[in-house]
Design a protein around this ligand. Sequence first.
Ligand SMILES: Cc1cc2nc3c(=O)[nH]c(=O)nc-3n(C[C@H](O)[C@H](O)[C@H](O)COP(=O)(O)OP(=O)(O)OC[C@H]3O[C@@H](n4cnc5c(N)ncnc54)[C@H](O)[C@@H]3O)c2cc1C
Length: 511
Amino acid sequence: MADYDLAIIGGGLNGAAIARDAAGRGLRVVLIEQDDLGSGQSACLGLMQGRVTAIEKGALRRIRRSLVERDRWLHNAPHLVRPLPITMPAHEGRRPLWPLRAMLHVYDRLAPGRVLPRSETLDITHHEAGVPLKRPFGLAFAWPECLADVSRLAVLAAVDAAERGATILTGARCVRADRGKIWQLALVDRGRRTSMSARALVNATGAWIPSVTDTVLRLKPPPVRLTIASQIVVRRRFDYDGIYAFQNGDGEFIYAAPWHADFTIIGTAARPFVGDPAIAAASAVDIDQLCRTINRYFRERVEPSDVVYAQSAAHAFSARGGDPHLGTVLRDASRGAAPLVTVFGGDVTLSRRRAEIAVDRLTPFYPMSPPWTARTPLPGGDVSWQAIGDEAERVRERWPFLNAKEAARFVSAYGTRTGRVLGDARTRSDLGPQFGPDLTGAEVRYLMAHEWSRFPDDILWRRSKLGLSMPKAARDALAQFMMSPPLSAEGDPQPLAPELSPSRPDAKTGA
Ligand SMILES: Cc1cc2nc3c(=O)[nH]c(=O)nc-3n(C[C@H](O)[C@H](O)[C@H](O)COP(=O)(O)OP(=O)(O)OC[C@H]3O[C@@H](n4cnc5c(N)ncnc54)[C@H](O)[C@@H]3O)c2cc1C
């Protein structure tokens, strides 16, 4: 008998969502990630949208499906997904005004129910949206979409998977997968060689799909095209609570969005990529292109020297074309051989549905319960999205030493599970040592015990974006603390209910 029903290689959003779906359907699941959860392209900003301009390509059914999913996210992860208007200054650029207005009219009609408001035309000479913009823009179109914390979506999908019995391995690289009636996997898990077996395998390694298929599975890779996409972060450029969309020369949009209270994130610049995804990095040309586009619109110039952080990652698309938002789910179940499902590409909005489709492809091979994720909140998401502000108020009442910004940050990361981080603390000092203005020992211990954080970057860039404002000395102190966090009486970095414990296999270690 195999150790697991399903092994998934790749702990980005796609892999973690599949692990969650499959564990909830009763399969014995292991998720294998070579680095940290959400550390590949899932570390980037994610707009959840149907994408208005896809109307030009006639993708009406796909848009409708995306808008249904976007609204599901709002209900299932209200702490991680924030509705914001996308605001596009109107000008006679690549797309004249009337077709854009007509597209928005169709877009409004495609949106299910009345969860978010309809699009509108703003006179930005008299609207706060116009304040940071150059003068010539008199009108703007605004329509609602959502902004998502993608790496936390991946982490919380893994937390939910673990709570439903999945084994989550981080820092574990799959180096070989031999296919027979079952899969035999060899891993290098934190420096030790280990092995395990599974009845089916999912390859969800994003931009690593070609190399993993070729060198680890030793199969013919699917036809894949890689691009590198980059985003830059600068100090906050505007107070307007919305996302600007600016038409780039190539017809794509460049977005400027509010980012973690004090910052603005600008993206995305994309270009073809060849090479190892692990070393994908924004070039000076990418950064310059983003600055030049934004400077056509904003009054206050953005120079490359203003960039406090740049994030880039490689993204895989099917070389056969098709709608890039859907992504690709391929099943290979040759007679007598253990099944393989390969999942890559696609957007954040459809990731839940993509995971459901991937697991559905395995139904001929196992008995499993029906799909369940459409109406089940992610951990901490059991609160209405309209009441998320009230949740922050409740947090302040319960822990009055927090200011409004701190309470909002806790709620936007942990939702209704904020109490698990703050516990019975009555004063700030009850939360342990302080690392920079926002992070405390209690939160670090929680993230190490419950969310597989091992290194400072896991916390500073994937579980939060506190790396944007943490001074070097605090970072060094955090690294020191994480090497030997003070233990609780139980000998664990944080008291942990057994059913919540992120599990690791022990009997299968080959070392
Ligand atoms: C800059 C940028 C901006 C984007 N913006 C948006 C947006 O606005 N809206 C949107 O919908 N989508 C956006 N996307 C796409 C979106 O981020 C991805 O679709 C989503 O995160 C899913 O990624 P993934 O899980 O397929 O891949 P990844 O997150 O890259 O995960 C793959 C994982 O596989 C692991 N891995 C590889 N090889 C091995 C191995 N041998 N063993 C173990 N693990 C391995 C890697 O370490 C990696 O963590 C953007 C992407 C980028 C790069």
